[in-house]
Design a protein around this ligand. Structure first.
Ligand code: HEM
Length: 172
């Protein structure tokens, strides 16, 4: 539980800031929303529900930087997938990152565009196979709600209290 719950959450937070620093307009939009909702108070869980754009940023971060990338499964029976025979008891690695960046499912899949989730029914629940940040089925992440709450709460606080930008490097 500790192993599965710590690096997954911290990596998601780091990637969210990495992407927002690379896209300052997105950072500004998320930060303005957080500051408008919080108005200098301490952030509560109810506030997080009102941070609509920040939640889109979290989803888009999880799409582009899902942890873990490969989801292992063992098939109990012989089966055929896309013309390939998969004998029973084979360990199959499902590439969740490839699904989340498949150009057949996503427009400009390698770009960071939180707005793509606006008015979209695609959720983390494991029922949309193009977006599996918490896996799917009976072995999907049992820490989904806890993980999401931790990530959203940390990002909201870091956006509320600090301004972020990339360091300026000079080419020599
Ligand atoms: C943003 C945070 C998190 C992400 C992105 C994440 C993602 C995942 C993924 C993709 C899996 C594999 C699911 C599958 O094979 O279908 C998994 C499994 C697991 N996660 Fe998480 N997780 C997060 C947070 C947490 C937290 C906070 C906990 C516990 C406190 C946790 C506990 C577990 C455990 C115990 C498993 C193994 C479940 C099993 O094999 O039956 N995770 N997680």
């Amino acid at each position: 539980m500790l192993m599965a719950g710590t690096s997954s959450s911290s990596m998601t937070i780091e990637w969210a800031f990495c992407e927002m620093m690379r896209n300052p307009k997105i950072m500004k939009k998320a930060q303005s929303e957080v500051r408008a909702v919080v108005k200098g108070k301490t952030i509560t869980e109810a506030d997080i529900q009102r941070m609509h754009y920040m939640n889109l940023v979290v989803k888009e971060t999880m799409r582009l930087h899902c942890v873990p990338i490969l989801l292992p499964r063992v098939n109990p029976k012989d089966c055929v997938v896309n013309g390939y025979d998969i004998p029973a008891k084979t360990t199959v690695l499902i590439n969740a990152w490839a699904c989340a960046t498949d150009p057949d499912s996503w427009e400009s899949p390698e770009s960071f565009i939180p707005e793509r989730f606006e008015n979209s029914l695609i959720s983390h629940s494991g029922t949309h196979f193009e977006f599996l940040p918490f896996g799917a089925g009976r072995r999907m992440c049992p820490g989904l709600n806890f993980g999401l709450a931790t990530v959203e709460y940390a990002i909201a606080n870091l956006l509320h209290h600090y301004d972020w930008k990339l360091p300026e490097f000079r080419m020599v």
